[in-house]
Design a protein around this ligand. Structure first.
Ligand SMILES: [Zn+2]
Length: 191
């Protein structure tokens, strides 16, 4: 449901933000065109990730796009900033998406994140019934969407998430690598 304007309002009437493809063709059927859209969305998540640097947080960014291609949620890792162990980018983006759409069930939504979700976030994706996960860098140490665990595609779960991996992987990894090279302490590497 479009309520007009390109702005972002959350109070009452849930809107979000129109994106160039918010015309009912999201995602485009052609795989080549789809890749262009994933790349563009990952660019937004990457931009959000860089904002985490100001608070010394591990730079991870996430966005949620509705079934119509509209931006409905944005989040970045704010664990250090808020002192909240659950303040991961994906959780915050899901919360905003729920607020924007007015419901916890994010059916048909796509979550785009710069780093493979952890156990908590993968669980949150399933709980929110997110349709698709687009991820940048894989996390071989703590990833729960195909690397160490695969909680989003566990056959025992009542909901499965489509996974598109490795989107702008080199850039997403480079942002994290640069962060850890300048914050090399065991505590901050514990993500
Ligand atoms: Zn997480």
């Amino acid at each position: 449901m479009r309520t007009g304007g390109r702005g972002w309002t959350v109070n009452g009437a849930a809107t979000g933000l129109d994106l160039p493809w918010s015309d009912g063709t999201f995602p485009p059927p052609a795989l080549s065109r789809r890749r262009v859209v994933w790349d563009a969305l990952m660019g937004m998540a990457l931009h959000e990730a860089t904002h985490a640097l100001a608070s010394g947080d591990v730079p991870v960014g996430a966005i949620v796009v509705g079934p119509d291609g509209r931006l409905v949620g944005v989040g970045r890792n704010r664990r250090e900033e808020t002192g909240d162990p659950t303040a991961h980018a994906e959780v915050l983006a899901l919360r905003q998406a729920a607020l924007s759409t007015g419901q916890w069930r994010l059916t048909g939504c796509t979550l785009v994140v710069t780093l493979e979700p952890c156990v908590m976030c993968a669980g949150a994706l399933v709980a929110a019934r997110v349709h698709r996960l687009v991820l940048g860098a894989w996390d071989p140490k703590a990833g729960a969407s195909g690397s160490v665990w695969d909680m989003v595609r566990d056959h025992r779960a009542n909901h499965h998430v489509e996974v598109v991996g490795g989107v702008r992987e080199a850039e997403c990894s480079a942002v994290l690598r640069a962060f850890f090279e300048s914050h090399r302490t065991p505590v901050e590497e514990d993500r």
